[in-house]
Design a protein around this ligand. Structure first.
Ligand SMILES: CSC[C@H]1O[C@H](OP(=O)(O)O)[C@H](O)[C@@H]1O
Ligand SMILES: Nc1ncnc2[nH]cnc12
Length: 320
């Protein structure tokens, strides 16, 4: 079916959804194109599917671990994923993720909108677009877009169905909601899980980083929507997490994930069109570069122009 769709799409696509474990396509929307995007950082984890809403608004969908879930969390080509979405014109990304709960009140199948992250990855993932010859630093005090965070928190709670299925956010909990991003692929030990609770962790996954950092570098508004699937390993009254538990709860809850996605598309379309969402980081990278023009490597500069066309002059750069 998808092979018969066009492999080109010539309009800007401002909204992207990244699907995580258990969310490999958006059934509620009809696809209109299937794109294989080559970037200077390689190919994304899956072809990008473009769909349209009833009034023609295009949305990009990308499966984080590949269409067949073939990428380990440590191997997800996040640079290529974010670069490809940027190239399509994406201004906002809503990224779904299956997470373990570190708190009793966040039950399996609940939805969680985090606003903070603690990085427990091990430095083996490529976490920036920048490198020697082009040094830049992005602010990451707020890892997610707080406007998008509030919009999701305000609009999605009502669409969740089922007994006791809740949506938790800083707006409902009146406190930070902190996501621990660990390396994996093995889940945490009980001691680690308890340590994360003592740090104030709310939920845990293996996927938020470097995705959120790269989105920030690419000036894209980004928010992760977490679906709780287990109590990780801290809760001695429960069996420690297994993939079986995660997938079982995701399957049972997939209708809610689709409902949330449909609602979000509906509320985000006008906000992206009006510029209320997706414009706050515009041009932020232009002024975040430390390397002087004369020290910038020309080949790297050309690579950066894939993300930021025309931001920095090519003349005066150095050919190495
Ligand atoms: C299959 S359990 C662990 C796996 O699930 C989550 O994936 P995603 O965030 O893409 O939904 C978690 O981060 C791990 O990668
Ligand atoms: N307990 C857990 N730890 C890390 N990633 C997860 N994804 C789903 N449950 C998880």
């Amino acid at each position: 079916m998808s092979q018969q769709l066009p492999h080109e799409f010539n309009e800007p696509v401002t909204l992207a959804i990244i699907g995580g474990t258990g969310l490999y396509k958006l059934d509620s929307l009809t696809p209109v194109a299937h794109l294989t995007v080559s970037t200077p950082w390689g190919f994304p984890s899956s072809p990008i599917t473009i769909s349209r809403t009833d009034d023609g608004f295009p949305i990009a969908f990308l499966a984080r671990h590949g269409q067949h879930h073939q990428y380990l969390p440590s191997d997800v080509p996040s640079q290529a994923n974010i670069a490809a979405l940027k190239k399509l014109g994406v201004k906002a990304i809503v990224a779904f993720s299956a997470v373990g709960s570190l708190q009793q009140h966040i039950k399996p199948r609940d939805f969680v909108i985090p606003n903070q992250v603690i990085d427990r990855t091990k430095g083996i993932r490529k976490s920036t677009f920048f490198e020697k010859g082009f040094v830049a630093h992005v602010g990451f005090g707020e890892p997610f877009d707080l406007k998008l965070n509030k919009l999701i928190a305000d609009s999605c709670a009502d669409v969740l169905e089922g007994e006791n299925v809740k949506l938790h956010s800083r707006h409902t909990l009146k406190d930070d909601v902190t996501l621990i991003c660990m390396e994996g692929p093995a889940f945490s030990t009980r001691a680690e899980s308890r340590l994360y609770r003592s740090w104030g962790g709310s939920v845990i996954n293996m996927s938020c980083l470097p995705e959120a950092k790269l989105a920030k570098e690419a000036e894209i508004s980004y928010q992760m929507i977490c679906m709780s699937t287990d109590y990780d390993a801290w809760n001695e009254t429960e069996e420690p997490v297994t993939v079986e538990t995660v997938v079982g709860n995701l399957k049972a809850n997939s209708a809610n994930a689709h409902r949330v996605a449909v609602k979000l598309i509906e509320v985000l379309e006008p906000k992206l069109k009006s510029g209320e969402i997706g414009e706050d980081l515009k041009h932020s990278m232009k002024f975040s570069v430390s390397t002087a023009d004369s020290g910038k490597d020309r080949a790297l500069l050309e690579k950066m122009h894939y993300l930021f066309p025309g931001y920095w002059p090519l003349e005066n750069s150095t050919t190495r």
